[in-house]
Design a protein. Structure first.
Length: 213
């Protein structure tokens, strides 16, 4: 690798169902590209051929298809493939990576949502991907009912997680907010209820403050 290349920055978007993560990933990538920053947009679970195959196992089928440990292991199998083959090579080449979900989602979904020990998930993270964490994580926060109102208006099929009960999604939201409270230097909570352009501007302001762009 050329030693003159400055490592890219790693940005993730987190939040419950219907928070608008994929839209904000796309808008941020467009904005950074306009500023001359080379960007890669990706997602989890998925983002690489192997991880996309695992994604289908996770999001399809009955709600009770997997127990929490099985889900966590599948997520980290996908994440390792994604990091090894896509994220880390891009960062080393100086590309900024913007990811729709990362390990915080596993902590929120399988930890806070399904009761798996958080320390176990953190151990899995260290084993699978080492000390890689995003430079900035945006947690898009929206009340559960509002998020599901958006999901209901989509044309796509509802996946396994979107079919889980409301109490699970309440725990999920609380989990994301707790993650933000415990990681204030990395995480920023953004109100996802306003119009898309208002949320995007809040993200841009925080990027300027956190990363000096």
């Amino acid at each position: 690798m050329n030693n003159d290349i400055v490592r890219g920055r790693f940005i993730s978007f987190e939040g419950g169902e219907g928070a608008g993560k994929s839209t904000q990933v796309r808008l941020l990538a467009d904005a950074l590209t306009h500023k001359g920053i080379r960007c890669l947009s990706t997602r989890e679970p998925g983002g690489s051929p192997g991880a996309e195959s695992i994604r289908e196992l996770l999001i399809q089928g009955d709600v009770g298809r997997w127990d929490p440990m099985s889900e966590a292991l599948l997520n980290f199998a996908a994440r390792r493939d994604h990091v090894t083959n896509v994220i880390e090579p891009a960062l080393c080449a100086g590309t900024w990576v913007i990811c729709d979900r990362f390990t915080d989602s596993t902590i929120a979904y399988q930890g806070f949502g399904q009761g798996l020990e958080i320390s176990l998930i953190q151990d899995l993270h260290r084993t699978a991907v080492g000390d890689l964490w995003p430079d900035v994580t945006f947690i898009l926060d929206i009340p559960v009912a509002d998020g599901f109102g958006r999901v209901a208006n989509r044309s796509t099929d509802i996946d396994r997680y979107e079919r889980m009960d409301s109490q699970f999604h309440i725990r999920l939201r609380e989990g994301f907010l707790e993650i933000a409270r415990k990681n204030v230097e990395r995480c920023a909570v953004v109100d996802a209820q306003p119009p898309v352009d208002v949320v995007h501007q809040a993200v841009i302001t925080l990027i300027e403050q956190r990363l000096g762009v």
